[in-house]
Design a protein. Structure first.
Length: 347
């Protein structure tokens, strides 16, 4: 029904407006008595073989919803009913910000992709934390944190620290986002020296907590092999808990969408199927070169169960979807989990 009726209708309208419409619809529908239970029955795959323990957390299944979908932590309980093992909220910044001018999200149907230049639009970490305190389910929550656009890179650590303290009581793990292409100069923080300093600062704060939370780093798919080697060294030296590979790409290589349309859209991060192969390559490189020294969450171009399984076989412990959810609809987590469970049972 989604692919034949809803998606063609949704794709007639501006992607960001439809996103908000779908959010409101899910919230309304799930408040009808019995609907949440029915949704879970349709989409949640209850199989003990899917349980995955990574960086000290046991996930009911390895399929999560990536950051960017529920930016402001407004729908995490409802989204969990669609079979996701965890939901990552954000990217959140200390102060609320509008993000970049609209329009800022564009579909590439011929490529199964999206281009976005949202620019960390969010209501601020404190507003999200207040909503997370009212969590009604046991859905595992990741907190993806970034810096405000107006914060210079030399003060970026203050923003990440502020978000950490605000979200610490209400999230299960943290993700340090220095890889979005849509905040000016943010990716400069991926360089070895500033990134090491930032992660050491957060690790020091975390170590003083009564129950430290896992800290992960989200990296770009556009890093060279030399830069990926640096990431392996940084993870080892800072002793952070893992890596999310990968964020969106600035590459526009080998797209089916006409070049004139790509030029018209302009800047932004590309996600979806054009990223499938590169994201898997990055996962495999990090896993093999490090000797599987740290957990990896694989994200980028996962649309089918086979896409997810390839990332797990390349070395990911967990996977996340975003663009695939938009193109495939609410059954995506269920379909992936069924395939993974079937593979486990055949072994």
């Amino acid at each position: 029904m989604y692919k034949t009726l809803l998606k063609p209708f949704f794709f007639l309208f501006d992607p960001e407006k439809i996103h908000h419409f779908v959010f409101a619809s899910i919230r309304f529908i799930q408040r009808i008595p019995g609907v949440a239970a029915l949704t879970r029955k349709l989409y949640v795959v209850n199989d003990p073989k899917l349980a995955t323990t990574v960086f000290g957390i046991t996930f009911p299944n390895p399929v999560g919803l990536a950051a960017g979908f529920d930016k402001d932590a407004k729908l995490f309980d409802e989204l969990g009913a669609y079979g996701f093992g965890f939901v990552e909220v954000g990217t959140l910044t200390p102060l609320a910000q509008d993000g970049n001018p609209k329009p800022r999200m564009f579909r590439l149907p011929a490529d199964g992709g999206l281009i976005n230049r949202m620019g960390f639009n969010n209501e601020g970490a404190a507003a999200a934390a207040a909503r997370l305190k009212r969590r009604k389910t046991n859905i595992i929550i990741g907190g993806n944190i970034g810096k405000n656009k107006v914060t210079p890179n030399e003060k970026a650590g203050d923003d990440y620290e502020s978000c950490y303290h605000t979200l610490y009581p209400v999230v299960d793990y943290f993700v340090v986002n220095v890889s979005s292409p849509n905040t000016p100069n943010l990716r400069d923080l991926q360089e070895k020296e500033p990134l090491t300093a930032l992660l050491l600062r957060l690790k020091a704060i975390n170590s003083r907590q009564p129950a430290p939370k896992p800290i992960l780093l989200k990296i770009a798919p556009d890093l060279t092999d030399g830069q990926l080697d640096d990431i392996i060294t940084i993870v080892r030296d800072t002793k952070i808990d893992g890596v999310i590979a990968t964020n969106t790409t600035i590459s526009r290589a080998a797209l089916r969408t006409p070049e004139s349309r790509i030029q018209e859209i302009g800047a932004g991060g590309l996600s979806g199927q054009p990223l499938t192969r590169r994201a898997t390559e990055v996962i495999r490189y990090l896993s093999e070169k490090s000797g599987r020294a740290f957990p990896i969450i694989g994200v980028g171009g996962i649309r089918t169960a086979q896409d997810a399984i390839e990332k797990l076989e390349a070395g990911a412990s967990l996977v996340q979807v975003y663009t695939g959810f938009i193109y495939e609809g609410p059954a995506i987590a269920r379909n992936i989990n069924r395939a993974i469970a079937a593979q486990h049972h055949r072994k």
